[in-house]
Design a protein around this ligand. Structure first.
Ligand SMILES: *Cc1c(COP(=O)(O)O)cnc(C)c1O
Length: 411
C-alpha cells in the first residue's frame, strides 16, 4: 500500500499513511514512543528520522492521512488546535500585518490574535463572514495578509461562503484560512473551494472520542506566503514556512496523541453522518418546543446560511445552538439534562451541553465578539435519538416559560 492511496474518503481515512508496519507487519501503525533514533553513521538516518520533535513515524502517519482527507499538499499535527493556529499565524504574518477575523470567531482564536499576537505588531479587524462585501470592506490593501474563516461558526453556526471569501482574499494577495473544526473534512473541503490552508482542533470531530487534545494545519498545493514574503529558510512556500515553524517552535503532537487521533480519524465518515442525522432530529424537536425562542442549525430551511451550506457541505455536523429567552433559564436548562453532559468541548461520541456566554466564550465577554447570554450550545452525540430527545424535553419542561419570552424570530 502506498502512503497516498487513491479512492474515496472512507478508504483514505483508513489507509492513507497507514500501511502495515514494514518491520513487523503490524496492521495498525505502532506508537513510536521514542525521542531519538539510532543513526547508521554520522548523519546517516535509517528512515529519515533523527529526533521526535523534527519527525516521528506515528505523527507522520496522522499528517499524511490528514493531508489526504483535506485534499491538501502537506499536513502538520500539533499539540492543540491553538498551537496549530499559532504556528500558522507566525509562519505567514509579520509585524505590521493585518488580519480579518470572524465577528463570532472561536474565543481562543480571538484571544490568540487580539492578545497574544497583537504585542508583536499584528493587528486585526472583525467582520461578519456571511457578508463577503463587509469582509472586503475590512481588508486593508497591502497590509491584510490573512482572512480567517470558521464555517459553521462557534457557537452561532453562521455559514460563510468559502469560494466567495477566497476571491476576496486573493484579490488582496491575502491568504484565506478556514478553521474546518465544526464540519471536518468528511463534510466540507475548503481547499477545493479556494482556501490556502485549513486548521483543525482535532480534539473535536477528528479525534471524536473526547480523549485527546490536538490540532492540525493542512496547506493547499502551491500555496505561497502573502505579499511576496519569504520564509526563514528562503522559500516562498507556505508549507515550508509551517514545517519550519513546527520544528522551530516545537508545539508538536506527541506519538500517543497522534495515534489516538488517527484511531478516531478512521471512523470519521460514519460518525459525521450519524452526528448530522441526530442533530437534525434534535433541531426539529427544539423548534417545536414552546420554551425555545430560536434554533440555530444550518440544516433547517429557515437558516440564513442554509443554501450556501447545502452547496458547500455534504452533511450538517452535530452542532445545534438554541435560545431560551433569558440567561438564568439557559443555565437552568443546561444544569438539568442527564444524558447531555454539562461540559465544554464538542465533537465526541457523547452528547454535551453548555452555555457559551458563561463557559467556552467567557474570554470574549464584553468584547466585539460577545454572544447572547440566553444561548445554549449542544454537541449532539451518537446515543439513541429517542433518549436524546426525551432528555431535552424533560429539562426544558422543568423550567418555567412565559408567553412574553417568545421572540419574533421563532423559525
Ligand atoms: C476547540 C476549538 C479550537 C481550539 O482548539 P484546541 O484543541 O482547544 O486548542 C479552535 N477552533 C475551534 C472552532 C474550536 O472549536
Amino acid at each position: 500500500m502506498s502512503p497516498h492511496p487513491g479512492g474515496g474518503p472512507a478508504t483514505r481515512a483508513i489507509h492513507a499513511g497507514q500501511e502495515p508496519d514494514p518491520a513487523t507487519g503490524a496492521v495498525v501503525p505502532p506508537i513510536y514512543l521514542t525521542s531519538t533514533f539510532r543513526q547508521d553513521g554520522v548523519g546517516t538516518l535509517r528512515a529519515g528520522y533523527e529526533y521526535s520533535r523534527s519527525g516521528n513515524p506515528t505523527r507522520d502517519a496522522l499528517q499524511v492521512a490528514l493531508a489526504s482527507l483535506e485534499g491538501g499538499d502537506r499536513g502538520f499535527a500539533f499539540a492543540s488546535g491553538l498551537a496549530a493556529e499559532d504556528t500558522l499565524a507566525r509562519a505567514l504574518l509579520r509585524p505590521g500585518s493585518h488580519v480579518v477575523l470572524p465577528s463570532d470567531a472561536y474565543g481562543g482564536t480571538w484571544r490568540l490574535f487580539a492578545r497574544a499576537l497583537a504585542p508583536w505588531g499584528v493587528d486585526h479587524s472583525v467582520a461578519p463572514m456571511d457578508d463577503p462585501d463587509a469582509v472586503a470592506a475590512a481588508v486593508r490593501p497591502g497590509r491584510t495578509a490573512l482572512i480567517w474563516v470558521e464555517t459553521p461558526t462557534n457557537p452561532l453556526l453562521t455559514i460563510a461562503d468559502i469560494r466567495a471569501l477566497s476571491d476576496v482574499a486573493h484579490a488582496a494577495d491575502a491568504l484565506l484560512v478556514v478553521d474546518n473544526t465544526f464540519a471536518s473534512p468528511a463534510l466540507q473541503q475548503p481547499l477545493a473551494l479556494g482556501a490556502d490552508a485549513v486548521v483543525h482542533s482535532t480534539t473535536k470531530y477528528i479525534g471524536g472520542h473526547s480523549d485527546v487534545v490536538g490540532g492540525a494545519v493542512v496547506t493547499a498545493h502551491g500555496a505561497l506566503l502573502p505579499h511576496g514574503a519569504v520564509g526563514p529558510d528562503g522559500s516562498r512556500s507556505l508549507a515550508d514556512a509551517v514545517a519550519f515553524g513546527q520544528n522551530a517552535s516545537g508545539a508538536v503532537a506527541g506519538p500517543f496523541d497522534a495515534w489516538l487521533t488517527l484511531r478516531g480519524l478512521r471512523t470519521l465518515g460514519v460518525r459525521m453522518r450519524q452526528h448530522g442525522i441526530n442533530a437534525e432530529a434534535v433541531a426539529r424537536h427544539l423548534a417545536r418546543h414552546p420554551s425555545v425562542t430560536q434554533v440555530l442549525f444550518p440544516g433547517l430551511p429557515g437558516h440564513p446560511g442554509h443554501d450556501v451550506a447545502r452547496r458547500q457541505m455534504s452533511g450538517w455536523s452535530g452542532m445545534v445552538s438554541f435560545r431560551v429567552g433569558d440567561a438564568r433559564r439557559a443555565r437552568e436548562v443546561a444544569g438539568r439534562t442527564r444524558l447531555f453532559t454539562l461540559a465544554e468541548s464538542l465533537g465526541g461520541v457523547e452528547s454535551l451541553i453548555e452555555v457559551p456566554a458563561a463557559m467556552t466564550h467567557a474570554s470574549v465577554a464584553g468584547s466585539e465578539l460577545a454572544v447572547p447570554d440566553d444561548l445554549i450550545r449542544l454537541s449532539v452525540g451518537l446515543e439513541d435519538i429517542d433518549d436524546l430527545l426525551e432528555d431535552l424535553s424533560v429539562a426544558l419542561d422543568a423550567v418555567p416559560t412565559y408567553p412574553s419570552d417568545r421572540s419574533e424570530d421563532q423559525p
